[in-house]
Design a protein around this ligand. Structure first.
Ligand code: NAD
Ligand code: 89V
Length: 344
């Protein structure tokens, strides 16, 4: 049997705990060392997951460990320096989203890893959620024919700021943090994008960035989609963190509705199924949807490393999602449509 891949986690914060749980569930890889510049977080995660090899500094981690990969779960400002450090040490890297604060940084990170010949995957996990995979499977089956319209929608009033306080203080909020997932899902389901038109608003007076965004997207294949997201939408039943999907095709429709209800109408009639994600042993509602996708994307990474294949959300792929984020902000400011090819 092949030896287990030796990984290290950099950044032991709020979300990294999910990544650590997922690593424990995945055969073929194990986290052997962790790093965080905050001693308290290092201790909490090290003690919870029984990791004795702990580093306060990433340079010391790379110097002290022989690694097959690193899992970078810090926030965006440190991503470029940590990915470039991994590339210098010829260590394959997973990097959390948002991949980088700017597209220029992200391009440099992709180049550093390409030049070093090391794989790079962005932890863009929303497309790995089982309800989203179920929608993609219907599209691939051809049952609804050629899609001509899509809507990817995430509307909520969930208090994300209690777990992630930094989300309240940045100049950019919902597009960079959450819309980035919705935009990636739009690409995943409906194909790459030629142009985007965006409007934003800030409804919550206690935060700095925008908490509502509406985006109209021209896909290169002629499909049109609307990607809309809001953290200012108070509903009778809070849907966090469900992404709802509507797709109209030449032969039928797909609706992924709140409560993980999937309705597919095609030439052969209408079928309704429950595509609720499983509740993993360590997961907690309502996060279980995201938590399951963390296992899926990390398994995919191990498969890619073992088989020498490119991850679906490789650094190069994610440039196209990050370009959409950049284009959305510049288009919201100018109130003009933004062409994507000019950015890539
Ligand atoms: P956090 O602030 O709770 O944790 C980040 C940790 O990284 C902190 O403990 C900090 O001390 C450490 N850190 C920062 N820079 C470091 C460096 N240079 N070296 C060592 N340690 C360093 O943040 P979080 O909420 O866990 O978010 C982390 C990332 O995960 C963000 O980019 C966020 O957008 C992303 N995230 C993704 C999802 C998802 O579903 N994909 C969900 C939540 C958060
Ligand atoms: O998935 C994320 O990136 C999270 C949340 C779902 C809270 O927006 O930050």
């Amino acid at each position: 049997m092949a030896a287990e891949l030796r990984g290290a986690l950099i950044g032991c914060g709020f979300f990294a705990v999910n990544q650590m749980h997922a690593w424990r569930d995945i055969a073929g890889a194990a986290i052997v060392a962790i790093c965080d510049r905050d001693p308290e977080r290092l201790k909490i995660v090290g003690d919870q997951f029984g990791i004795a090899r702990r580093y306060a500094d990433a340079a010391a981690l790379f110097a002290g460990e022989k690694l097959d990969f690193v899992d970078i779960a810090t926030t965006a400002p440190s991503h470029r320096s940590l990915v470039e450090m991994a590339a210098r040490h010829r260590v394959p890297a997973i990097c959390q989203k948002p991949f980088a604060p700017t597209l220029a940084d992200a391009k440099a990170m992709v180049k550093a890893c390409t030049d070093a010949g090391v794989p790079l995957m962005v932890h863009e996990n929303f497309r790995w959620q089982s309800p989203i995979q179920a929608v993609r499977a219907v599209l691939d089956s051809g049952d609804i024919g050629r899609p001509f319209f899509g809507r990817i929608s995430f509307r909520s009033a969930y208090d994300v700021f209690s777990g992630q306080p930094y989300l309240a203080t940045g100049k950019r909020f919902i597009i960079e943090d959450l819309g980035i997932h919705s935009l990636d899902i739009a690409r995943f389901l409906l194909g790459d994008v030629s142009a985007i038109t965006t409007r934003t608003a800030r409804i919550n007076p206690d935060i700095v960035g925008e908490d509502v965004a509406t985006m109209l997207i021209d896909h290169k294949n002629g499909t049109i989609s609307v990607v809309d997201c809001s953290y200012a939408t108070k509903l009778a039943t809070e849907p966090f963190p469900e992404t709802l999907v509507e797709i109209d095709g030449s032969d039928g429709t797909i609706r992924l509705e709140q409560g993980y209800r999937l309705t597919v109408t095609s030439k052969s009639g209408t079928r309704i199924s429950d595509v609720s994600p499983p509740l993993l042993s360590w997961a907690s509602r309502p996060w279980h949807n995201i938590q399951e996708s963390v296992v899926a994307i990390q398994k995919h990474w191990v498969d890619c490393l073992v088989n020498g294949t490119e991850p679906a959300t490789s650094g190069a792929d994610n440039l196209k999602t990050l370009a959409l984020v950049e284009a959305a902000y510049s288009g919201a400011a100018s109130r003009e449509p933004v062409q994507l090819d000019a950015l890539l």
